[in-house]
Design a protein around this ligand. Structure first.
Ligand code: GLC
Length: 700
């Protein structure tokens, strides 16, 4: 079904709904105290078998293996039996980070990496709220998202599912998403932890020193725990020799101990649990999608004394706490399945794609293609016709329609004539490019080259696409390349030959329209890269997705490249606009602060161009005189600001001094050094663009 038919069928506008967030409160209506009282009342009444039943998924008698269609016709990726006798709801969940998956027609958002490029936690909360609404409308009470794993290397097959490479940015985006989803249902931060490859994810042992674990792989999970995320999913891989699902250090010491996480830990699906006693003692609360190591094996372990029943009580209490927090008797009231992928929801997907698109290069005002000035545009490339919404793995979403780049450009062309060539016949493509006022080559990947269980083989575009770009550029100087993929692409063989490059990621069901809105100038691009784009792989930390054991060092992405003095193709945080911005008058509200203090950095940002736009202001901090080895600088704040042509606004970003800490392994604690820090603000991590001020940290 294409978009027009869907809108006709859906009676566009007939389903005008209140903004999702204003619907019935998602929470069950119980206060936190009432929830605790209910947990304390119910759990002791459960038999051992009933408690253990709560701790594993149950695949219905019917079909489909790990993706059971539950009894009663329910269809969920995962489901538990709950306990009808004592009124404990079932967990009914589906994926995922891009929208409600499994068997449902739902809004398909741009992938997490595209939304990460919007640097907009408020928008991400609205995205989460729509997904949470739709999950609840299909009867689910948990969405298996957000995916917040650090993008260690752009060849990671699931790069598209996460928001980027930086822990601070991941935490802000992930917490925003959790806040939105949990207006309606439980969220699940995944995959805890150090899950950074696909090909070897089922067997790799990720070796990481404690400081690196704390500073790079965990802070964003903590931000989601602080946002009261209901659950955390343990990953398939090992960390320092322990399977994540039975890692005492990750789950008991850190997550449930230091962080005081009060939700529940759910395993990843099938083969993520290997040890009944180990997992139970380490604090795995729910084995999904079924009892392979829990169930009767766990009952036997309790009866034999290997597992204390207190562990079972804890797991049952954690499950009940979140279920009672979210699922009340009126859970379904006010949620309407007919609103899945309704125009209002699709509009949020469109907004999210428009803000996540990154303008990487634009010389000689190649872009925008202004209708009237430009009469004919040649659109080239097989990818232009792809319904390119990304991975077909667990994060897949089935929207009622998908607007491809070609469809979007055609829909929005107005007076412009679009001619299309796939590029299979290079001569025909060249001829088309030569006849047109401008040419748009759509290139990149699809779910065939990257996705769950499949890392990408290279950062380069396929040869045929590179040849097509070169041919098009030769035939027409006004050659725009639009890229679709889940993460960085190496461009050296052709980027010097083209004046304009746009990164559209996998932009969701409305992606083609978002691409066209930017290309024709109806939208001023404002996205910024949430990952560094290297010139080539050898500028990055090594990507090992085959070994049984992989050691992860403290530096990756932009931190690694700055450490090694490598010049990226496009820096972390980089993105152009159709207007220009000027930064001036950086001021800190104090020259020195205590270790537990706060500092407000203010900078004047002026739109010095002719087009209104939105700019993402980034704040970095570095400690050149640190007593320990540290990255040159680290992202520690950001804010998005809208500016009319000629307008100046003072953008204030609050820096919490504890964010400047490094993890002191000897002390087993975070430590803010009493030192001088360099606080930098600017449009990207590029040193040349940053205004700098010094901040002295001293005393408590
Ligand atoms: C998959 C994924 C996880 C997903 C789960 C359920 O293996 O790793 O992200 O939520 O299974 O589909």
């Amino acid at each position: 079904m294409d978009r027009r038919d869907f809108l006709k069928a859906a009676g566009a506008g007939a389903m005008v709904m209140a903004a999702p967030g204003s619907l019935l409160a998602a929470l069950s209506g119980l206060t936190a105290e009432e929830v605790e009282r209910r947990v304390a009342e119910v759990v002791p009444k459960l038999t051992l078998s009933e408690k253990i039943d709560l701790m594993a998924g149950k695949i219905s008698r019917t079909l489909l293996g790990a993706f059971g269609v539950g009894d009663g016709g329910h269809g969920y990726t995962g489901q538990t039996v709950g306990n009808a006798r004592l009124g404990i709801p079932r967990v009914l969940c589906t994926d995922g980070p891009r929208g409600v998956g499994f068997m449902y027609t739902a809004t398909c958002f741009p992938v997490g990496m595209c939304r990460g490029a919007a640097w907009d936690p408020e928008l991400e909360a609205r995205v989460g709220s729509v997904m949470g609404y739709e999950e609840r409308a299909i009867g689910g009470n948990m969405l298996l998202a957000p995916c917040i794993n650090v993008l260690w290397h752009p060849r990671w097959g699931r790069a598209q599912e996460t928001y980027g490479e930086d822990p601070y940015h991941l935490g802000a985006m992930g917490a925003g998403f959790v806040n939105g989803v949990q207006e309606h249902v439980m969220a699940c931060a995944k995959h805890y932890a150090v899950n950074n490859v696909e090909d070897s994810r089922m067997f790799v042992n990720a070796v990481v020193d404690e400081r690196t674990l704390r500073e790079i792989f965990l802070p964003h999970f903590k931000k989601c725990v602080d946002a009261k995320v209901a659950s955390v999913m343990s990953a398939y891989n090992d960390v320092n020799g322990d399977l994540c699902s039975d890692s005492m250090h990750l789950m008991r010491d850190i997550l449930k101990g230091e962080w005081e996480f009060d939700g529940f830990v759910v395993s990843d699906w099938e083969n993520a649990v290997e040890d009944t006693v180990g997992a139970a003692k380490a604090g795995l609360d729910l084995e999904m999608p079924r009892a392979k190591f829990y169930g009767r094996k766990l009952k036997a372990a309790v009866e034999s004394g290997q597992v204390p029943e207190s562990v079972i009580d804890e797991a049952a209490s954690r499950m009940c706490r979140q279920l009672f927090r979210f699922v009340g008797p009126d859970f379904a009231a006010g949620y309407d399945k007919k609103r899945m992928a309704c125009p209002e929801h699709a509009a949020v997907a469109l907004e999210s794609a428009r803000k996540g698109i990154v303008l990487l290069k634009n010389e000689n005002s190649a872009l925008p293609l202004v209708r009237g000035e430009v009469k004919t545009v040649a659109v080239l490339g097989e990818v232009a016709k792809e319904k390119n919404i990304g991975d077909h793995g667990s994060s897949i979403v089935r929207p009622p329609y998908i607007v491809s780049a070609l469809e979007g450009l055609t829909d929005r062309a107005g007076s412009v004539r679009i001619i299309y060539e796939s590029g299979k016949n290079l001569a025909a493509a060249k001829a088309a490019a030569g006849k047109a006022d401008a040419v748009v080559v759509v290139a990149g990947y699809t779910y065939k080259e990257e996705g769950e269980g499949r890392d990408r083989a290279s950062l380069a575009l396929p040869d045929a696409q590179q040849s097509l770009i070169l041919a098009a550029a030769e035939a027409n100087q006004r050659c725009v390349v639009v890229l679709e993929s889940g993460s960085a692409i190496a461009m050296d063989p052709w980027i010097g030959k083209v004046p304009a490059v746009v990164m559209a990621w996998y932009p969701g069901m409305e992606g083609g329209h978002a691409i066209a809105d930017v290309v024709f100038g109806d939208v001023n691009p404002s996205g910024k890269l949430p990952i560094v784009f290297p010139r080539s792989e050898d500028q990055l930390a090594k990507f090992d997705n085959g070994s049984k054991e992989v050691k992860y060092g403290r530096y990756h992405g932009y931190r690694y490249m700055e450490k090694h003095g490598a010049e990226p193709l496009f820096p972390f945080g980089f993105g152009l606009s159709y207007t220009t911005y000027q930064y001036a008058n950086l001021k800190l509200d104090k020259k020195s602060a205590g270790r537990s203090g706060k500092v407000v950095a203010r900078v004047d940002v002026t739109n010095t161009g002719k087009m209104a736009g939105e700019e993402v202001v980034e704040l970095y901090a570095g400690c050149p005189g640190s007593k320990v080895d540290r990255a040159k600088k680290e992202l520690k704040g950001f804010a998005r600001v809208a500016l009319a042509p000629g307008e100046t606004k003072t953008v204030a970003i609050e820096l919490s001094v504890p964010e400047l800490a490094y993890y002191n392994v000897d002390a087993g604690a975070w430590e803010v050094e009493e030192a001088e820090y360099i606080i930098s603000l600017g449009p990207s991590s590029c040193e040349d663009d940053l205004l700098k001020e010094r901040l002295k940290v001293t005393g408590a």
